[in-house]
Write a protein that binds this ligand. Structure first.
Ligand code: NA7
Length: 548
């Protein structure tokens, strides 16, 4: 390891390339573990992150009410029992500050900080066919010369934050949820507008409603919601989940969604009464279980989808009471679970508060932001002091297309994915040798997964692949066009059978104007995906071109 070169950071390195075996972009859940693994393998590896600290998603998303929708004890890394058991959660679904502390705990426990460069945004990455290495440039002008480039940028890290004309003219404060400042934001007594009711908007709304003076929620597409049960953990609760470490380690990697539960019933095996009992029981669990572990048929069979949707609508209707609110907030035109289901706590009840108004912008869209507030198509000006954009992300692709990534022959990933979003197992792309990705399209980690389960599997696959290359004297790996085509075809066949492909959402790129449509997540299940990736490795990476 050349420490003289490795210590060249920031300004001093402007004219001299930092030379690495592997460079990781991102220091979140995937990046931290990838860094640890490759360092253990003896590589000269370094992670870079635009943020001022580690944490990835849990660094950026510090908006009011940000918290897990995965049970905390399944979101942890499972590769080390000591690391797992050395941390204790305070509740079933903790909030962002606690999650961020856990990420700091991991960073310190694995002694990762010395190999992470923060406050460094990557501008470009170019594959050089002569040297067969990547030249990466930071926005500050530093150059990194690396054999392997591994993107651990997060699948929801490119915010849709510039979407309305006139945003810059707003006299108040305007924030995208994923760019929430570290210092406290004064909301007390203020007129606040929240645009968007995805998983994020819902967490914000239920958290700030009682604090702000006036809250206007701009609702376009209604959203199915499930109530969260979030008990505090006693010492014995913590001991009990820690005792399940081995069991979780065995189960999580193989379930449909990387959660601890899996589909248990077949719709047609049960009477209508029994189905209802099952739904009631699972609903009472207060988790994502009704979505991810009740009846798999809801994803494929319109009739089953409608019946489960009807069950959830009834639950929402019973809480909302007001017919006008029901009309604005309860979905009718798509099936439950065909896009991300948020968990909530007294979210629907918030709309009964006198200071909260649901403004439907379905038929009367927001047309611009004026200096005083939000303007809708009918000319109404909603005067506001603060606007919160809970408007989502350019998921899966955005984090990578916002970097100028150039592969063989100078081809651009932004241009390629601008035409057609394709990957091989979501791990590599034909035309981009030695580029590995996590959380990228056409893998479960692009959406439909307990993220840590999937990101552990992907980073481990990448580390094993790099080890295999080293052991076999291979310098460069790239999936063939044929292998990529077969993965894309398999992905599409699986996705088109799933009702997710028929509902507009970020799951299939519908939220980004001009984005090519393709279901981003592999919908064949986390266990199946793992098996396919394992088979590819066991075959000696058949279908990948490997050059010494
Ligand atoms: P989402 O789920 O993409 O939600 C974005 C919300 O913003 C959604 O309600 C959108 O309505 C709304 N939106 C976006 N643009 C507009 C405009 N122009 N006008 C009105 N409303 C708009 O993002 P989240 O951050 O909530 O969640 C992303 C993931 O993060 C989540 O699934 C978790 O995995 C964590 P639309 O539905 O498009 O009509």
């Amino acid at each position: 390891m050349n420490t003289a070169v490795r210590n060249l950071d920031g300004a001093s390195a402007q004219n001299k390339a930092t030379k690495l075996d592997a460079m990781i972009i991102g220091a979140g859940v995937a990046g931290l573990y990838q860094l640890y693994q490759l360092r253990q393998q003896g590589l000269n590896v370094r992670a870079y992150d635009a943020a001022s600290d580690v944490g990835g998603t849990w660094y950026w998303n510090r908006y009011p009410g940000a918290r897990f929708d995965s049970e905390a004890y399944i979101y942890q890394y499972l590769f080390s029992e000591d690391l797992y058991k050395g941390w204790s959660w305070s509740e079933r679904f903790p909030g962002q500050p606690e999650i961020e502390s856990w990420m700091h705990y991991v960073t310190v426990a694995l002694d990762l900080r010395k190999d992470i460069q923060l406050n460094t945004r990557i501008a470009s990455a170019q594959y050089n066919e002569d040297t067969r290495r990547w030249t990466v440039r930071t926005e500050a002008g530093e150059t990194i010369d690396t054999q392997f480039l591994i993107t651990c940028c997060g699948m929801l890290s490119a915010p849709m934050n510039e979407i309305f004309p006139g945003q810059d003219s707003f006299n108040g404060r305007i924030f995208h949820t994923a760019r929430w400042p570290r210092e406290p934001v004064e909301l007390e007594g203020k007129k606040v507008g929240v645009i968007g009711i995805g998983a994020t908007g819902i967490q914000v709304i239920q958290t700030i409603a009682s604090k702000v003076g006036e809250l206007k929620v701009f609702v376009r597409t209604p959203q199915y919601v499930l109530p969260m049960k979030n008990p505090k953990f006693s010492e014995s609760d913590v001991a009990a989940y820690k005792d399940r470490f081995e069991d979780l380690k065995k189960t999580l990697p193989h379930t449909f969604s990387g959660f601890e539960y899996d589909f248990m019933y077949r719709w047609n095996d049960l009477t209508p009464e029994h189905r209802h009992e099952v739904m009631e029981e699972i609903y009472a669990n207060g988790s994502l279980k009704l979505w991810l572990a009740s009846f798999a048929e809801m994803f494929f069979d319109e009739e089953v989808s409608e019946q489960v949707s009807q069950f959830v609508r009834e639950k929402m209707r019973a809480r909302l009471k007001d017919p006008k609110l029901c009309e604005i907030l309860i979905p009718e035109n798509y099936g439950f679970g065909t896009h991300r289901v948020p968990l909530e706590t007294n979210y629907l009840e918030v709309y009964h508060r006198p200071n909260v108004t649901a403004v439907s912008v379905k038929d009367n869209p927001i047309v611009r932001i004026a200096p005083e507030g939000v303007v809708t198509a009918d000319g109404t000006l909603h005067e506001l002091d603060v606007i919160i954009l809970a408007t989502g992300f350019d998921a899966g692709t955005g984090a990578l297309t916002r970097i100028d990534i150039r592969g063989r022959d100078g081809r651009s990933l932004k241009e390629d994915w601008g035409k057609d979003i394709r990957t091989t197992y979501g791990l590599q792309v034909h035309g981009y040798p030695n580029l590995f990705m996590t959380g990228a399209p056409l893998a479960p980690s692009a959406a439909l997964c307990n993220m840590t389960t999937c990101l552990q599997q992907q980073t481990e696959w990448i580390s094993n692949c790099i080890a295999h290359l080293g052991e076999n004297g291979v310098a460069v790996i790239e999936p063939s066009a044929a292998l990529e085509e077969s993965w894309v075809r398999h992905h599409d066949e699986t996705a088109s059978a799933n009702l997710i492909s028929k509902t507009n959402s970020w799951y299939n790129g519908a939220n980004v104007p001009g984005k090519p449509r393709r279901v981003l997540s592999y919908t064949g299940g986390v266990g199946t995906y793992r098996q396919k990736c394992d088979e590819a490795a066991a075959s000696g990476y058949s279908g990948f071109a490997m050059t010494p």
